[in-house]
Design a protein around this ligand. Structure first.
Ligand code: V47
Length: 359
């Protein structure tokens, strides 16, 4: 394995790509620190010691969803206790509160509601825009975009133009889960396929909008499934260049339909992050999403190729419904402390990774 790691290190130095077979071989590497050092080097070549964060706020407009995904502890049926659906005005009020607290971005996602018409979603964007002209609106996963396309009857290009005219600025990376069809059939049988997720992201990028990409891991999938997922993202990124960050999401098991699975341990999380950094050589940013990683592992991930800690987040509900042990929010001071104590240089960014301030 030592020789193999050296050959991978040489390849990376020469700027050559690693293959999916090599990535699969890396999954068998027991020298976690050597693997982490390789990924850290690949990141430093791109980002130096800079680690990004953002002042953002999550807004979940509804937890009512027609899909029943086995991993989701957030969803409810329409009439079930705990079900909620915010009005566009309520979403606008939350956006105004976000701005008042210093946020530059809102991350707006929700379930596929059985009753809300297309106009609800447009009104939501318009209400946010009215409340906060400068706020970056990152909203709707590819899964919601597919739903809106069916609701509106619009083809993707026209739909995306309408959403953009109403205020949409970029898209989050959720809903990708794991692309492998056999796993998807067990995990989220009603959800759009991985192929459709990729097709929608291609249309998003064609429309001139940027997005992120995620991978839900540590449940029923194999290492091969993870590598396949990464390879499909790499291929699309080669074509469009529209992805900003890749965000691996470790499975949180509480209150889900798969509670017997414990999710990945810390070693597996770090290995997955490092291999993602090495394989996704055309992604600028690897995000350590502290909500799902836990704050301390997120800090350690900065030595494994991660260069972005997402942001303040505030009021996260999806991971916490599934037992994520992280706090509801981090302050800017918390983020600065975590990054500095990892020996890195904090940089506050905007949603498209322009530098707001070097801290
Ligand atoms: O798509 C749901 C995941 C995602 C669980 O783009 C779970 O900047 C773990 O996509 N255990 C939503 N994960 C979150 C997301 C995201 C988060 C932060 C930043 C960005 C971005 C995107 O959360 C879902 C799903 O893959 N998820 N349930 C669970 N039990």
């Amino acid at each position: 394995m030592k020789e193999f790691l050296t050959s991978i290190a040489d390849k990376i130095e020469r700027g050559e790509r690693i293959t999916s077979d090599e990535a699969l071989q890396l999954t068998g590497c027991d020298d976690l620190l050597a693997l982490g050092a390789l990924a850290a080097r690949a990141n430093e070549g791109r980002n130096g010691a800079r680690v990004f964060f953002n002042r953002n706020r999550h807004i979940n407009y509804s937890n009512v969803c027609i899909n029943v995904c086995a991993f989701c502890a957030f969803r409810r049926d329409d009439q079930q206790p705990g079900a909620f659906c915010l009005t566009p005005e309520e979403v606008g009020e939350r956006a105004a509160a976000a701005v008042a607290s210093g946020a530059r971005e809102v991350h707006v996602v929700g379930g596929l509601h059985p009753e809300q018409p297309f106009s609800y979603y447009l009104q939501m964007l318009q209400a946010i825009r009215r409340a906060a002209a400068e706020l970056h609106i990152k909203a709707f996963t590819a899964v919601e975009i597919d739903h809106l396309s069916r609701l509106s009857g619009l083809p993707l290009d026209k739909l995306l133009n309408e959403l953009r005219a109403a205020g949409l600025d970029s898209l989050p990376g959720g809903g990708a889960e794991i692309f492998a069809p056999a796993v998807r059939r067990q995990l989220c049988p009603e959800k759009i396929s991985g192929e459709r997720w990729l097709q929608i992201m291609a249309a998003v990028h064609d429309a001139g909008l940027r997005s992120n990409a995620t991978m839900l891991f540590g449940h029923l999938e194999s290492w091969q499934d993870r590598i396949d997922h990464l390879m499909q993202l790499r291929e699309l990124q080669d074509q469009t260049g529209g992805f900003m960050a890749f965000i691996p999401l470790p499975y949180q098991a509480d209150n889900t339909r798969l509670p017997e699975l414990r999710g990945p341990g810390g070693v597996e999380v770090l290995k997955t992050l490092a291999i993602s950094r090495l394989l996704l050589d055309n992604f600028d940013h690897l995000k350590g999403y502290w909500v799902m990683l836990g704050v301390k592992l997120a800090q350690i991930s900065l030595a494994f190729g991660v260069n972005d800690l997402d942001g303040t987040v505030i009021e996260e509900r999806i991971g916490h419904a599934a037992g994520a042990a992280s706090p509801q929010a981090l302050s800017c001071d918390d983020l600065l402390w975590l990054i500095r104590r990892a020996g890195k240089q904090p940089v506050e960014r905007d949603s498209l990774y322009a530098t707001v301030r070097e801290c």
